[in-house]
Design a protein around this ligand. Sequence first.
Ligand SMILES: O=C(O)COP(=O)(O)O
Ligand SMILES: [Mg+2]
Length: 235
Amino acid sequence: MTPVLVVFDLDGTLLDTHADLVESLNYTIAAIDVAPVSYDDLTHLVGHGAKVMIERACSLRGHPLSQEQLPALLDRFIAHYTDNMPGHTAPYPGLVEAMDQLKSAGCKLAVCTNKLEGLARSLIEKLELTHYFDAITGGDTFTVRKPDAQHLLGTIERAGGDVRNSVMIGDSINDILVARNAGVPSIAVPFGYSDAPVETLGPNRVITHFKELTPALIDELIMDFTAATPTAAAG
Ligand SMILES: O=C(O)COP(=O)(O)O
Ligand SMILES: [Mg+2]
């Protein structure tokens, strides 16, 4: 039987990236005299990749961008963010212990983020977490990204997992939707970047700390999900 695969979102789920995102974003938009954004604004800005984050930040501050302005700003963001990695970014409390426990129980782990794959890989590498993951995919890895099912299905395939034996864990609507679209159960965490309370996004479970992310919880979630999904059970 294929090992259980736990797929993590990155920003706001694996890693607390808020301080560095705010810093690089404000450095980027200062180039065109757009006023800085705050930590609270991030719930509205993060989760769709850097391009959307820059666009939304400028709109939020009353300076909608033209499409011609975007590439240079994106380059500015990527350069600043890369130069300052890992900055203040760190795994959320209990994450490493939870991943160790899952690995010991035979689970595979993967990352499915809308961050650019290169940025995600560098950041994970700088934090010495690369060895945990059987696959790392970003918003530019495939032709589509979360919430499109193919982003998660492609990640599962690269990690050598099975869609019937996988779980997605994330902090935003795109994570819950990609799981639903791919036919995979989801877990939401409330400490990331979501406009709405995560309970209202329709995840199969909510955990408030990684100490709750045990092999037993994952098994139970897959069992419940399979039992409630006739096609998955039949497949
Ligand atoms: O918006 C981003 O850059 C990525 O966000 P994600 O890791 O939560 O998918
Ligand atoms: Mg996220």
